[in-house]
Design a binder for this molecule. Sequence first.
Ligand code: F6R
Length: 241
Amino acid sequence: MKKVLVKDYHHLSLTAFDLFLQEFQENPAGTFGFATGSTPIGFYQRIREDHALHQTDYSKIKTFNLDEYVGLDEQHPQSYHHFMSQQLFNPLGIGKEQVHLPKGNAEDLQQECERYESLLNAHPIDLQILGIGENGHIGFNEPGTSFESGVHVTTLKESTRQANSRFFDSIHQVPTHAITMGIQNILNAKKILVLVSGSSKAAIIKEIFQHPVTTQIPASALNHHSDTTFIIDEEAAMYLS
Ligand code: F6R
């Protein structure tokens, strides 16, 4: 696992964009895995700014998202479908046929997991963007998830629902379940870029880099991946020696 240390969130977003653009320019018809959450927002803004300035053409890429809440329809303001449409897909003119997310409102969730798994197997991800949860989750793979897991329905930990309640009117509205790529799906990506910002991630980053690999820290599975780069700002890196 490589580490790129940057001063702050602004520089994290710029660095993530530079690495993403490098990959995109080498592979303009590539398959990109995207994450939601707060951390990639500055990075997505940089992609939009660059697109507005240079009309960067994303018409050939394919995209896959890590996860989606169970029970929210695509138009729900807190659904990850909605988030991605607002942040990237609409502004960049990325069409529906290029985009893949698990459907959290599917009638048969098991069948939906199988559909998403086969899509991922048919279209290996060239570059996967990740954030990490304060408990070390990647996607919605909570502590204890097998490193061999494929796409599955997961029960969100209370701490994750608490952390995500900032986007909802109250904790009661935060879904209890999500469909997520499994850890094995994530490890199948050719390259992985992990964005980590802020003091709330400092303790878990230390664990990931300085403790043995364990399913109790899902992000520690990235130690098994051959091309993972963490971009970490000073606050998140404060306990790293
Ligand atoms: C989002 C996702 C999550 C987030 C993680 C960090 O698609 O899968 O693993 O990356 O919860 O979220 P933020 O960036 O809001 O701290």
